[in-house]
Design a protein around this ligand. Structure first.
Ligand SMILES: [Zn+2]
Length: 282
């Protein structure tokens, strides 16, 4: 499943390969990909034909391509890919939507094996589509406001990891990156958000940005082609993970065996020495 760094890699690829180009046609190969576009696929095709893509933007795991005042909004779901390549290459079975361009250059294909992803037209959504306006800025966006997020976190009677995963507070942080950032900041996942000092919260978000940046650079190495891939990159960064998925293996800082706790039907990975459990409050 793509997380924020993988989606950011796709955004950069779109910025490089489709921005400034004018859409010529839409070929819909599987109706499910446009299910969120309630006016139907013909309306989608008519609305985007002849429009120039003027940007490639992202919030959390959503991507959008402004076309005039409107935007083509995309979510990759579990397995979605946005692929740019030679327009004459054969269609693979999982391609759901194909956009061609007036310059007859490389086309853009939305491929999605598990069909959880989707595309839609967001009317008036060039700056920020209404459908995702409730999602908080992610830590890589200029709109991310650390003092405001700190104040809201310190209002929460909840564990810090649960707060990090709350997309209305901060978006784009999934299970993997939450565990990695907490390990770097040396904070246990169950620490009460409201008990954390602002300096600890600042350290935590600096860690989030560091982990994202390292993951992005691990993905960047295979990215210098027309193929905008979300798969290879995440696999590369897996080797650098400090705690996630490493239960029983030595902590990369102190060698203590990494601990796994049940957490919201999933797991939380942490180091028992670097990230001591919070003391129960009297
Ligand atoms: Zn440790």
């Amino acid at each position: 499943m793509p997380e924020l760094p993988e989606v950011e890699i796709v955004r950069r690829g779109l910025e490089r390969h489709v921005v400034g180009r004018t859409i010529d046609s839409v070929q819909l190969l599987h109706p499910r990909a446009l299910r969120r576009h309630l006016a139907g696929p013909d309306d989608f095709a008519a609305a985007v034909k002849g429009r120039q893509i003027t940007g490639a933007l992202r919030r959390g795991k959503y991507l959008w391509l402004p076309v005039g005042e409107d935007a083509v909004l995309a979510h990759l779901g579990m397995s979605g890919q946005l692929l740019v390549g030679d327009a004459s290459r054969p269609l693979t079975p999982h391609v759901r939507v194909r956009l061609t361009f007036t310059d007859s250059g490389p086309d853009l294909r939305f491929s999605d094996q598990r069909t959880f992803g989707h595309l839609s037209l967001a009317p008036g959504g060039a700056v920020l589509p209404a459908a995702i306006a409730h999602i908080a800025p992610d830590p890589l966006e200029p709109a991310f406001d650390l003092p405001a997020v700190t104040a809201r976190l310190r209002d929460r009677r909840t564990g810090i990891k649960r707060a990090l995963l709350d997309q209305s507070l901060v978006s784009g942080i999934g299970n993997i990156y939450a565990d990695e950032a907490l390990w770097r900041a040396q904070l246990h996942w169950a620490r009460q958000a409201q008990m954390l000092r602002p300096a600890a919260i600042a350290r935590l978000f600096a860690s989030v940005r560091e982990v994202f940046a390292e993951s992005l650079s691990a993905g960047g190495t295979t990215f210098d082609s027309l193929y905008v891939n979300v798969n290879g990159q995440s696999g590369y960064f897996e080797r650098s993970l400090a705690v996630y998925g490493r239960a029983g293996q030595p902590c990369r800082r102190c060698q203590a065996p990494v601990r796994r706790d049940p957490f919201m039907n999933r797991s939380a990975f942490s180091c028992p020495k670097c990230q001591p459990r919070p003391r129960p409050r009297p």
